[in-house]
Design a protein around this ligand. Structure first.
Ligand code: PRP
Length: 195
């Protein structure tokens, strides 16, 4: 059934144009930082939210890249975070010692996912690891972690679009918007009642 997802968005936080401009800047910085690096450059997309950002980032870059994918689970459904990180889809490369990996994320919240993944890849023996996130919510940090490349620092609001979801919806919106609280109000009431 066709439904206009935009009606669930309270306001647009980042327009398509703002995102495009910032992605181009990030791509140029990464090109500059890695153009003399020895080894392969691998953009590692953390499924699913980073798909849209990663696709735009790699197209905006000039350096040749390999791409790869991992999936981890740090959240339950909806707005809740379980706090633990579980690897659901791993890397299966035999050339890790030759790989300069940039982990590409859509958002950093508690910092647990990127902190865990960075340590995990270092233990696996990759040549180098850096992290790149489109959005950073520093107010939500639970572990000390600073990404190497940040698109936008944003306030602690529930955002969707450009890959980010609420219960798997809204990923296809071309902008980042703040979700209307009425969309997830029921879940917040249930969360409060559980406490
Ligand atoms: C989001 C996001 C990061 C993680 C960040 O993924 O893409 O992977 O949460 O949160 P943290 O800093 O608190 O660890 P999510 O689990 O929602 O999966 P998705 O990308 O498939 O939507």
């Amino acid at each position: 059934m066709w439904r206009d997802l935009k009606q669930d968005v309270e306001r647009i936080l980042l327009t398509e144009e703002q995102i495009k401009e910032r992605v181009a800047q990030l791509a140029a910085r990464i090109d500059e930082d890695y153009h003399n690096a020895e080894g392969k450059l691998v953009l590692l997309c953390i499924l699913k939210g980073s798909v849209v950002f990663m696709a735009d980032l790699m197209k905006a870059m000039r350096l040749p890249v390999d791409i790869d994918f991992m999936k981890v689970s740090s959240y339950g459904t909806g707005t809740r975070s379980s706090g633990s990180v579980q690897i659901l889809l791993d890397l299966h490369r035999t050339d890790l010692a030759d790989c300069n990996i940039i982990i590409v994320e859509d958002i950093i919240d508690s910092g647990r996912t990127l902190s865990h993944l960075s340590d995990y890849l270092k233990l696996k023996g990759v040549r180098s690891v850096r992290t790149c996130t489109l959005l950073d919510k520093p107010e939500r940090r639970e572990v000390i972690f600073t990404p190497d490349y940040i698109g936008f620092t944003i306030p602690d609001e529930f955002v969707v679009g450009y890959g980010l979801d609420y219960n798997e919806a809204y990923r296809e919106l071309p902008f980042v918007g703040v979700l209307r609280p009425s969309v997830y109000a029921k879940e917040l009431v249930e969360e409060r009642d559980e406490k």
